[in-house]
Design a protein around this ligand. Sequence first.
Ligand code: TYD
Length: 144
Amino acid sequence: MRNVRILEFKDIIDTRNSERPMGHLTPIESGIDIPFDIKRVYYLTRVPENTTRGFHAHRKLQQVLICTNGKVTIDVSTPSEKKSFVLDDPAKGLYVGPMVWREMYDFSAGAVLTVLASEHYQEEEYIRDYEEYRRLAQEYFKEK
Ligand code: TYD
């Protein structure tokens, strides 16, 4: 799907010299693991059951969404494509580029959705009206 893809990060399982498991470590380096310079990080926590968030697209912003704990489902769509991703692996990120409509739901109890963003927060950058989104996205993807 255009402007959407899964990124795979390192999943380091370091047992040192012992055989005992010591957990997982995932490093994320701006410009290396993420295809942009990270200017902002935010996270969604304590999302109640049966909550759907999102319902918007961004004009230019690029983001990588990582479920660093638990599980969440993310639907992404453009006027001509739609995909659903279940994120439940801290070593995978969902890259979402410009002009992609997103909805996030089915947050498990204790889920943490961490988001890395290419720009500082600007409300004017959001498109929150679906009809406006559809019109702008049709033009945007026609030109691509
Ligand atoms: P929003 O991006 O709409 O959340 P979601 O897509 O998860 O439903 O943001 C919710 C509110 O938080 C909105 O009032 C804007 C504010 N906000 C900031 O002030 N700074 C930020 O970096 C973000 C992402 C949101």
